[in-house]
Design a protein around this ligand. Sequence first.
Ligand SMILES: [Zn+2]
Ligand SMILES: [Zn+2]
Length: 424
Amino acid sequence: MQIDLEQFRNPCSCGKVHEVSVRGIWIEEDAVRRLYQMLTEEEALGEFIAPVIVWDDNIKEAVEEKLEDVEDICLDEICLDSENLHANNRGVEILEENLPDETDLILAVGSGTIHDLCRYVAHQRRIPFISVPTAASVDGFVSTVAAMTWDGMKKTIPARAPIYVFADTNIIKEAPHRLTASGISDLLGKYIALADWKIAHLVTGEYICGEIVELEYEALKEVVSSIGDFAENDGESYEKLMYALLLSGLAMQMTGNSRPASCAEHHMSHLWEMEVINQPLDALHGEKVSVGMMQIRIKYAKIAEAIRAGSCNVRPYEGLEKNLLQETFGKKGLYESTIRENTPDPMAGIHVNELKAVLPQIADIIDEIPPAEELQRILKEGYCCYRMEQIGLSDALIEPSLRLSPYVRNRLSFNRISKMLEIE
Ligand SMILES: [Zn+2]
Ligand SMILES: [Zn+2]
C-alpha cells in the first residue's frame, strides 16, 4: 500500500494546515524493488548520482541480498559496527568520517538508531535521506527530530525527515520478533498518550487535532485486531503495524512535536533511561513504554473509579516538589536541568474549581482506554512486556516512578495533573 499523504495536506478541521514533508511512503512486499526503480528513473530519484547506503553488520547480513541491485548503483555502502552502536556523539563521528564528501543522498537501512544517525548527519550535510526500515520496532522513522544522547544527556535534536519511506514487508516480517513486539508496545502506548492529550485539552485548552486522534485510533484498532497473526508471519499484519507506526510519526510531523505519540507512558520510560532511581536497563524502547503504560493505566483506573464514587478531591497545586527533585535528579547532577525543563510549570494556571468541574469528563476519557486486563491480554498475545520485572525493575519502583516521571518532560499528562488529586 501507498499512504495517501495528500489527505493530510488539506486544510484540517482543527484550523491548521498540517505540514507533511515526506513525499511518499510505500509499505508493501518488495518495496526495495520500487526503491531501485525510482533510483534509476530520471524523473524520480535519478537526479541523485552519489547515493550511499548506511546500515550495520547485522542488518547488512540479513538484507544485503534483497538490496543487491540498489547497492550496485550506489556510490558506496557504510557498514557500522552494531556492537555498542548508539545514537550519540561517537556514532555521529564514525558516520561523518566514513561518509564520502560527494554523497548526495543517504539510504538509511535499519531500525531506530541507524535512522537517528542518518537523520542527524543528513541534516548537517544538507542532503536528503531515504528511510528503509528493517523492523517495525518504533514510530520514529519519519520523525523530524533525532533522539540523541549528547555528552551523556538525552536530547531531542532538530534534524530532518526522510523524503521517502520504503517499508518492505518481506524484510520487516523476518526481523527478530523482539523488535516487532517493541513496535507493538510503542504503538499501544498511544492509548495513554491520546487520552492524556484529550485531558490536557479539556483542562487547559491546549491545542488538539481531533482528526489526528481519530486516525491514530483507527490504526491502533487495526493492529489490535490482528495481534494474533504476527506469530504466523502474516504479511498483512506487519503492513498494518508499519502503517500505524508511520502514521504516528506523521502525526508528530503534522503537529510539529511528539504530543500525539508520547505522554505519561513515555515519561516512565524516559525516567528509567535517566537512571536516577534504577540501574541501567537492557530493554528496548517499546518494552519500557508498555511496562510504563500498564502502571499508568492501573493508576488512572483507580482515579476514575474514585471520581465516580465521589471520593476524589481536588486540592490546590503546591508547585514543583523541589526537595524530591533534589534528592533524586540532584544525585545525578540533573537538578538544574530538571528545573529548567519544568519552567514554565505546565501545571501553572490549573485551578481547583475548574479541575473539579471537569472530573466526570476526565473519568469518561479514562474509561475509553482499554482496561488494564485487556491491555495485558493484548500485550501477552503479541509477546510484549507488561510487568516491571520483565525489564529488570522491581515493583518497589512503581510508586516513585509514577511520582517522578511527570518531571522528565514539560508536557502535561493526567499523571501530572493527579498531583492535585487526593483519593479519600
Ligand atoms: Zn488537524
Ligand atoms: Zn515511542
